[in-house]
Write a protein that binds this ligand. Sequence first.
Ligand code: PMP
Length: 429
Amino acid sequence: QRRGRAGQSDNLADVPSRSHAALFLHFKRPVMITEGKMQYLYDERGRRYLDAFAGIVTVSVGHCHPVVNEAIIRQTQLLQHTTTIYLNHQVAEYAKELADRMPGNLKVVYFVNSGSEANDMALMLARLYTGNWDVVCLRNAYHGMSIGTMGTCGQHTWKQPMPQGFGYHHALNPDPYRGAFGDDGPRYAADVADLISSATPGKVAGFVAETIQGVGGAQPLATGYLPAVYKMVREAGGVCIADEVQTGFGRTGSHYWGFQHQGVLPDIVTMAKGIGNGLPLAAVVTTPEIAAAMAGRLHFNTYGGNPVCSAGGRAVLRVVDQEQRQAHCAQIGAHLLTRLRALAAKHDIIGDVRGSGLMLGVEMVKDRTTKEAAKAETATVMESMKDMGVLMGKGGLHGNVFRIKPPMCFSRQDADFLVDVMDTALARL
Ligand code: PMP
């Protein structure tokens, strides 16, 4: 980054293109963030921003939360790393505490370092356990950027022009706003039965989905979809994988886990991002029966389950419980939804307001009937909100959905400020 004459960074200068070889820029005029405190971020000039995107839904309980920080610092001073070839109480206690928060027989926990790695492992477990290869995933999905997970993604924007692996079949997205069958989950599920019988040998390794698609634009799956699909997939010999990378740990308010919204019990659950409040930490949780399929070979991960990340992850669980973050997300999320719906009544460009708890989406359209994506307008409003001090996320295949997923300590006043700023930015369009 160039430095201006006054010694200040020149980051408002023209940026030639949003896409560089190794750099992805969220804003046209990027921000340089140097400090964070709970729901606020500060740039290098000391300017404060309200963070409504939490580092892409990664900071769960708040930037530099003191309880998490203290746990990390204390563990760093005791022991940082040995790999799991020795025993250490932190990883064992953490696995127990995480398993205690899972329903059913989801009691075996593996720790890895990222969501992509967690989903890679889930796909491997599904294939080893079932002896089948094919996997059903959803259009509009995002599960990671590794060679193994890129094939599961359902947006061309996240696929390099190279082979995407084989055996991935993308079902119709059960999108209540744009989908052909509205909110009728079982009708979309019929497409999964068709895919299994037409594109696979009739047997599958599994099915993977988020219950509210994050990168896809805070898009909840149509009502009744997952129960119908889980049944079909199990009948075809497969297991069901729930990607909780964005929806887990109470963010969606009414439930601790996203899959609980649809009343299903997965066989494998993957988690990352908010699990560590920013630490590189992720997990795969499954049943002892499925885990046994991997026990015939060595499994090793240098950093997975390291004492520092385990101590941090344990602190996150404690904070979510003690500060009653799930109930808080439900309360603030409901207020935010009401205010955003009122904003939609005022601005025609808002086509849909959706989501749950503090995982909300606002879809921008040029015309409410054709639903043509208002892509440029979304980028303009996002930039203008940033200039007024609010950092928003965006997503969806066309980049026309605001993703509002702040740290879980977001207050009612923060919610009001966000909506007021959005109202001003929309009026300026
Ligand atoms: N699954 C979901 C639902 C995600 O949102 C992401 C990241 N955006 C991933 C998996 C991949 O996580 P990571 O970037 O940590 O590999």
